[in-house]
Each structure stands twice: as structure tokens, then as C-alpha cells.
Design a protein around this ligand. Structure first.
Ligand code: DGJ
Length: 563
């Protein structure tokens, strides 16, 4: 009887597992790395809730409906080590189950942020039994010998304990989520030492005085051609040695401390990732606190996180981690996002702003850098969808559908099949404009597109402060543009006649991946410059596409040439 029961259970397990949806994976498809969900490419229209929002299912009940109204398809929520292993060895994943159920009921997918040993550098989300046992779980020590509330990444006991909890969590997900509601995992958050450029505990001092591990030196030598320029420079300036201590190989600046910490965080987190993937192989990424203008050196920002400087060290130390991502609140979003895109590091922006600037960021990251998607922080506080940092107590909007992010996500939702197709073909571009960078040229198909902030066509004065456009090349002379507060003109690329005229332009929308034309655009709709003599002298027709502030809106244009 017992054997029969076991047999039946086995058959049941096989049936269940064969019915489970395919695992989310990260795959290179043509020109882009894409997140594949249920066997199809997926574009993340995301949002991250506040750090502790997901510790309360009751609070999340107030959040889920907002996500739907904002047109999200994926929510980033924290699961803290302290919340699931409150006593050593006693695991409770009811919260995980509740979050999965809430997401499913509201048609959302989930990315869990594992707040294990570190969150914003600090070890605030570790269980109290870990915090209280400093002998077993040693801390980082800063100059002067003081310990800080940061678990040392050189600690084997911290690694073992965090890994055990993380693997239990991944085992639980494997069993509790055959629907694959969970798409990816963010491991830790903004790791690195704060308060000093490196850990100065005895263990760390000894490791720092020793040789750079041969494993790292071998990796750097083998990948020399593609190394981050800043790292290559440090290494070359220190003499390009292939062995030696950290200061012998990389020099004596604080950047060497940062690389040393990067190696130890990468080994710690790479080990955790591999152990988690051995039980449930979801894609895994990290999130970096990027260097801020007021930071004087590593330690003002978390030292050792996956910064552009140390991405190669992270790739060497943590090959199981799929991508390293930035959280970007700085005004030069375009430069920051570009600094994380490499052939071995696809782009995703798990944290950024959610106001009108966020809409611009989303279109830019997805169109210019084939980002897996976009996710503003603090999505549960709709005040953040109006300004970056609302005053405490400021009223939060309740009319969500008209907010810039909701409108941008609605258009991204409709455009998703086209975006994913053109990311694969490499025929998608984007512009991101501000008053300090009001113009961008894009080469695509048979033309160079000049995208400018919206201007007054008589005076040429800027009429907007922020604008963005995403362009899909439907054919060599045929473009679909989604934009807000920009104008787009076209210059043919040789050979052929030098001036591009508009043969046909339409406003419209995309439904089921197909262009559905609306109004014809001509006359006032396309006249960007009344000064035809000046335009003609510059081989311009004076016509182009114009996008107002009520965007993003869509237009399709077909061009012809004349001389
Ligand atoms: C960046 C961190 O990664 C987030 O967890 C959060 O604390 C935000 N900063 C707050 O702006």
C-alpha cells in the first residue's frame, strides 16, 4: 500500500512538473538579450515597492490595484532574510506565498529582491540572531578598528548562513510557483562597504596583503581587450603585472581597495547565486548604488559594488550572476545607463524615477539599450509618480491613469511586440533630451534622424524642458516614432538625392503588433520650420514629425527624396 502511495505520488509529481510553465530565462535573441517568459520575450513594465512594503500583506492589498491601474506587468518586492528565518533554522514562507497569490490575483509577475546580508551596504535586514552574534558573524571594521553594522563579505559563516536561507527560499519558490509568477531574483541590494574604502578586519587585512587570486588575474588576462577602460588604466599604470599583491597589481589608490572589496562581494554573491540556481535556476541580477557627485571616494558610496570600474572583477568572481544593474536617480540617466551596457552585461533598470522623467528614462533604456524593461522605485507611493521625492505628507494623486508613467506604460504595452522584434533585429533607437542636451542624431535605415526638444517654429526657441522618442525602423524609409515633446527631422544617407520629404505621415496606434492609422498628418502638423530658404540650404525640407506634451503619442512616416 505504502509503495502504491509512493508510486502515485511520483506520478503526480511528474504530471505537475510537466504541466509547469517553462522557466523564465535570459536568452540572446538576435541583437538583444531578452527575458523569456512562458517561452516568449517579455518586456518589464515594472515598479519597485518601498523597502518594507512587502512585509505586510494587508498593505500590499492596497497596492495591487494601483499597479494594474498604472499598467504595470511586473512588481519588484523585497523578501528579507529576517522575515523568513526569524529563528535560526526555522523557516516560514507564508509571506512569499501571500505575495505570489496577490500578484497572481492582480495579473502581475514578480521579481523578488533578496534582502539578505546587505541592503544599501548595511546589514539591517539580517535576522536578529545573526546581528546579535558578532563572534560567529564578524562585521566589517573601518579605519580605527571600529566595527559597523555590515557583515564582512570575507566571513565564511555569514556566507553559509545567508546561502542556506536563500537556497531554502529558492526551494520554496520551485515548489510554490509552478506558474512562474516569479521572473527573476535581485540578490542583495547596493552592496559595498560604507564608512571606509575597504574592510579593515584582521581577516580582510591579511587577504589584502596577500596575492590577487590567480583566478582573477587569469580572467583579466583572458578578457584584456574588453576590460572596463578605468580598470585597464589602473592595471596598466601599475605596470601591467600578471601576479602580485593588490597594491602591486592595481596601485595604491582607494580604487584598489574598491576592487578588493568587489572581489570578495562577488565571490560571496556568486556562490549564493550558484547554490540558488542549483535548486531553481531563475535569472539573477544585482543592483548598484552608483557614484554620486558629492562622493569623494569609495566608502562614501558602497565600496565594492558592481560599478562600471569593477564589472570585470564581478564577472570573474560571480559568473552565475546574469546581469549587474544600476539604480539611477542622477540627472544624466543616459550616460549612467550606457555605462552598464556591455556585451556580457545586458541592461535592466530596477530602480529609478517614476515621474515624467521616469517615462523618458523607460523609453530611452528600452529603445537605446535594449533594456529588459524599467522599474521606478516606491511605486506604492503615487506621489513619487509626480515628483522624484515628494515632501512627507504631500497628497498623493489618486487619478492614476493620466500620470506620465501610466500613459507611458500603456504605450509600451501596446508597442511590446514591435519593441521586442526590433530589439532582436537591432532596428530600434531612442533619444533622451533635456535643455542641456536638446538634440540627438540617430542613424537608422536610409536616414539620419535629428531628434530635438520641441521648438517654436517661428523663433526656434525651446518649448519643452524634457523630451524623448523611441524609433522603430519599419523599412529603410519607413519609421514608427513614439514621442513626447520632441520634433524629428530626416536627412537621407548617401547615395541618392540629398533631401528627405514626407511622402506620408499618420498619427495612430499599435494594436496586436500592427499599425492602426488614425489622422493623416500634414500642413501645420508637420511644418517644423517656416524658414524654407535656411532649411533648403541645409538640405532640409522644413517638414518633420512633431510630438506635443500630451504623450507619448505615435506617428508613422514614409519618406521620399528630392534635390
Ligand atoms: C536606493 C535603494 O536601493 C532603495 O532600496 C531605496 O532605499 C532607495 N534608494 C530610496 O531612494
Amino acid at each position: 500500500m505504502k509503495q502504491l502511495t509512493l508510486l502515485l505520488l511520483g506520478v503526480f509529481a511528474i504530471v505537475v512538473s510537466s504541466e509547469a510553465a517553462p522557466l523564465p530565462t535570459l536568452e540572446r535573441r538576435g541583437a538583444a538579450a531578452q527575458l523569456i517568459v512562458d517561452g516568449q520575450p517579455w518586456l518589464i513594465r515594472g515598479g519597485e515597492v518601498a523597502n518594507t512594503a512587502s512585509s505586510s500583506l494587508a498593505y500590499m492589498d492596497t497596492v495591487w490595484p494601483k499597479l494594474t491601474r498604472l499598467n504595470l506587468n511586473t512588481v519588484l518586492v523585497a523578501i528579507a532574510w529576517a522575515w523568513v528565518e526569524p529563528a535560526e533554522g526555522k523557516f516560514d514562507f507564508a509571506l512569499v506565498d501571500g505575495l505570489l497569490a496577490g500578484a497572481r490575483a492582480n495579473n502581475q509577475r514578480v521579481i523578488f529582491l533578496w534582502f539578505g546580508s546587505w541592503k544599501n551596504g548595511i546589514s539591517s535586514f539580517v535576522p536578529a540572531w545573526v546581528k546579535a552574534d558578532q563572534a560567529r558573524f564578524p562585521r566589517v571594521r573601518v579605519a580605527g578598528g571600529q566595527s559597523v553594522e555590515i557583515l564582512s563579505p570575507l566571513s565564511a559563516t555569514a556566507l553559509a548562513a545567508d546561502t542556506r536561507a536563500y537556497v531554502k527560499f529558492m526551494e520554496h519558490l520551485r515548489e510554490a510557483d509552478p506558474q512562474r509568477t516569479t521572473l527573476m531574483i535581485q540578490l542583495q541590494n547596493e552592496v559595498g562597504v560604507l564608512g571606509d574604502s575597504r574592510d579593515r578586519s584582521d581577516a580582510a587585512n591579511a587577504a589584502f596583503a596577500g596575492a590577487v587570486p590567480a583566478e582573477l588575474m587569469k580572467y583579466l588576462a583572458a578578457h584584456q581587450a574588453g576590460l572596463a577602460p578605468a580598470l585597464a588604466k589602473l592595471w596598466a599604470e601599475a605596470g601591467g603585472k600578471t601576479a602580485g599583491t593588490w597594491t602591486e597589481v592595481f596601485g595604491t589608490s582607494p580604487a584598489t581597495d574598491e576592487l578588493f572589496m568587489a572581489w570578495h562581494y562577488a565571490k560571496f554573491m556568486g556562490g549564493m547565486t550558484a547554490a540558488g540556481k542549483a535548486v531553481y535556476p531563475l535569472p539573477v541580477f544585482t543592483n548598484t548604488w552608483i557614484v554620486q557627485p558629492e562622493d569623494k571616494g569609495p566608502g562614501d558610496y558602497p565600496s565594492g559594488g558592481p560599478q562600471p570600474l569593477s564589472l570585470d572583477v564581478w564577472k570573474a568572481g560571480a559568473p552565475a550572476i546574469d546581469l549587474n544593474c544600476p539604480d539611477i536617480y542622477l540627472p544624466n540617466f543616459d550616460e549612467q545607463v550606457a555605462s552598464f551596457q556591455r556585451p556580457d552585461n545586458p541592461v535592466f533598470v530596477p530602480e529609478s524615477r517614476g515621474d515624467a522623467g521616469g517615462a523618458a528614462n523607460a523609453f530611452y533604456a528600452i529603445g537605446a539599450h535594449a533594456s529588459l524593461g524599467y522599474s521606478p522605485f516606491g511605486i506604492d507611493n503615487t506621489g513619487r509618480l509626480v515628483v522624484l521625492r515628494p515632501e512627507p505628507g504631500a497628497p498623493a494623486p489618486t487619478e492614476l491613469e493620466g500620470l506620465p508613467l501610466a500613459k507611458a506604460y500603456a504605450v509600451l504595452r501596446d508597442l511590446t511586440p514591435l519593441i521586442l522584434e526590433h530589439q532582436q533585429k537591432g532596428t530600434i533607437r531612442a533619444a533622451w533630451l533635456t535643455t542641456t542636451k536638446p538634440r540627438q542624431e540617430i542613424a537608422l535605415g536610409n536616414h539620419t534622424l535629428t531628434v530635438e526638444l520641441r521648438k517654436n517654429r517661428r523663433t526656434g526657441k525651446l518649448s519643452a524642458e524634457l523630451g524623448y522618442a523611441m524609433v522603430c525602423g519599419l523599412g529603410p524609409d519607413d519609421y514608427l516614432v513614439a514621442g513626447t515633446d520632441v520634433q524629428v527631422t530626416f536627412t537621407p544617407r548617401p547615395p541618392g538625392a540629398p533631401i528627405a520629404g514626407i511622402a506620408d505621415a499618420e498619427a495612430g496606434e499599435v494594436r496586436d503588433g500592427r499599425w492602426v492609422p488614425g489622422r493623416k498628418m500634414s500642413g501645420d502638423d508637420i511644418l517644423v520650420d517656416y524658414n524654407l530658404a535656411k532649411a533648403a540650404a541645409a538640405n532640409q525640407s522644413g517638414s518633420g514629425l512633431m510630438f506635443g506634451p500630451d504623450g507619448p503619442t505615435l506617428q508613422r512616416v514614409k519618406l521620399y527624396r528630392y534635390r
